[in-house]
Write a protein that binds this ligand. Sequence first.
Ligand code: PMP
Ligand code: GLU
Length: 437
Amino acid sequence: MAVAEKTVAPEPIESAADHVHRNVSSLGESATLAIHERSATLVREGRHVYRIGFGQSPFPVPERVVEALRRHAPRKEYLPVRGLEELRAAVAEHHRQLDGIDASADGVMIGPGSKELIFLLQLIFRGQVLIPSPSWVSYAPQARILGRRPVHVPTTFEDGWKVDPERLTSACAGGAGPWLLILNYPNNPVGNTYSPAELADLAEAARRHRILILADEIYGRLHFAGGHASMARFYPEGTIVSSGLSKWCGAGGWRLGTFVFPRQLAALHEVMGAVASETFTAASAPIQLAAVEAFRGGDDLDRYLAGCRRILGALGRRSAQVLRAAGVRVHEPEGGFYIFPDFSPFAERLAARGITGSPTLCERLLADTGVATLPGLPFGRPTDELTARLCYVDFDGARALEEIARVPGNGDPGNDFLERCCGDVLRAMERVVDWLG
Ligand code: PMP
Ligand code: GLU
């Protein structure tokens, strides 16, 4: 007698959504992109939003680079996985000239944004990742996507939020390595940078503990005094330098990132290339061709960069001064476009309003004043710390560049200039101060 077949109801297709890998099941959208979209939604709803939550360059892509992109739009072929030869040569030359490092075209890898390259490096690296706290929002989630628990290197406001050799050494003490430190300067979110002497000390510690360093120098060209020192000068054999077009060339949406590997790490570069060939294939052809123009530089690009630095330097310092004058703890920035105030002097007053941590701080600030910022939490700070990241980029960069060219000298362009060209950023800082009460 035939045995009746047990019928199992097939799972509805929607249940596929339950089968998400546990490494990513609680992953939300990256904090930076989420605040960008939220701000855009609020603007569409008719609110005035001070958009200092998302770190995007306010400046246009230099005209000669845009023109190159127009010219190369018909280029439709797939390019070599590690990048167009001409571009790799231009990137190496750029770093040799401006950073004084021993970069060669063979060591350059091009990708669709440095974010993707950083992720691939974390993926191929068998070891533990050291991430300073605070740090840019995506390093730690990338590690978690890969099922890794990053090791945090603590820093403090008092020490200028800097990693030092002692802290680095004690962070390594609890693990077996091998280690990869992601060191970013000029820094997102705190706006600080490292002196050659500090880098030399860190290099010595890294050498001693065999720590590989990914030096995220994407804001290097936006060091306000033009004095960026690359980690690769001090630790050439163990440093991979990360950069791209997003910050100094105003082209975040073009998605082009660069890595420079030293000869000693050619094997890692090789594996990155293999993984890239099975994932993103190559960065876009017209963008790579336009990037050749950007990395080759020239007087027009030097003028553009000098203008960007002068504006950002003055605005960053003024923003920090407005907050400091009101009693907020914040360092004046040295490069990039971020400051990272600590509102703890207002802890009691804020607690009386039900605000005891950075997520509520930023939520309420946005709701009450229209100032969009990001809480310290996604940068790796404790939830109950009253820190936030402010990006002083909410202004018309094209107009500011035009006007700065008419302000004589190359020092601080003064209050009139900042009021005229970057007024909304100053208004945002004042609103924060008024809201603190
Ligand atoms: N590193 C830092 C510190 C950043 O702020 C960003 C944000 N753009 C990136 C890397 C990634 O940049 P991209 O992918 O646009 O090259
Ligand atoms: N890096 C920018 C920021 O920190 C945004 C771009 C991104 O996160 O990919 O706001």
